[in-house]
Design a protein around this ligand. Sequence first.
Ligand SMILES: Nc1ncnc2c1ncn2[C@@H]1O[C@H](COP(=O)(O)OP(=O)(O)O)[C@@H](O)[C@H]1O
Ligand SMILES: [Mg+2]
Length: 296
Amino acid sequence: MAEDQLEQLRQMRSLERRNGLESAQDRQGGARRLSVTSGKGGVGKSSFALNTAIILADMKRRILLIDADTNLANLDIMLGISPRSNLSDVITGGKFMRDIVISGPGGIDILPGASGDVEMVRLETEVQRRLVDSFSELEREYDFVIIDTGAGLTASVINYVTSSDEVVVVTNPEPTAFSDAYTMIKVISAYNPALRVRLLVNGVKSREEAINVYEGMNLVAQNYINRSIDYLGHLPTDNCVAVAVTRQSPFVLEFPKCAASIALRMTARKLLLGQIDRTSKERSLFSRFFKGKADK
Ligand SMILES: Nc1ncnc2c1ncn2[C@@H]1O[C@H](COP(=O)(O)OP(=O)(O)O)[C@@H](O)[C@H]1O
Ligand SMILES: [Mg+2]
C-alpha cells in the first residue's frame, strides 16, 4: 500500500476512534454491553431493543440481542419464532452458547434467555464458570450486546443491568411508569453508582413532551439520590409500532419511513456516538453478572 494511502487509513481510524465508531476488533475492551430495562412492564423495552439492534446492524455493527425477559414470552412472540433451545440448555450442560444463538431479522443474532423456572442468580459456581467462559468466547464476535431485560426489581434484572456498560431505562409519561422507572434508577444506582443511565421516553406526542418527562426525572434523581441521568431520545406514539407487533415483524423493517422509525434512527446514531467508560475489565458479561450483588 502506498504511503499516502496508509496515512489516509490512519487518519480515518483516528477519526473513527474519536467519534466512538470503532468496531470491537479495534478495541481491547470487546463488545459494548447495553441493557434495556424499565420499572413497569409494557412500556416499550422490547420494541426499542429489537428495532435499535436492527438499525445498528444496518450500520454494519455486529449485534447480539439477549432476550432476558424470562417470565413472559417476549422477543420470540414479537418475531413469531420459537427457538428450539435456550440458555437453560446451556445451564443443564447439553449445549454451548454458540449452539443456541439464532439468526434474527435484519442480520442480528438473538440469544434466547433461560426459561422462567431457572434462577440464574442461584446457579452453582461450576455452572456459573461454564457460562462465563462460554459467553466470553461468544461475545468476542460482536460489537454490541444488547440485553432486553424484564421489568421490575428482580435479582436477575439488577445483575444484568449492573453488569452492563450502560443502561437505557424506558418509560412513558404516565405517573405509574415514571415512578417505577425512578425506583429502578434508584436501585441500580445504589448497586453501581458509576453506571451511565440514559432515559428513553416512549409514547409521546412530541420531543418537547419527552424532554419534559426527562427533566422531571433528572430533577428527582438529583434531589433524592444525588445523581444525574442523561437524555437518550424519544419514540412517538405511532400506530406502525403496534401494527408491526401484530405482523410479528420489527417496525423499522416493516415501516422504515414511519415516525417511530425516523425517531429511532436518530436515537441509535446517538447511542453509537456515545463513549463507553468501562469501569471493570471482567472477561465477560456473565462474569460480572455472577459477581452481582443482588441475589434475592
Ligand atoms: N411508540 C409506540 N406507539 C404505539 N404502540 C407502542 C409503542 N411502543 C410500544 N407500543 C405497544 O406496546 C406494547 C408493549 O411494548 P413492548 O415493547 O412489548 O413493551 P415491554 O417490552 O416493555 O413489555 C407493544 O405490543 C406495542 O403494541
Ligand atoms: Mg418486553
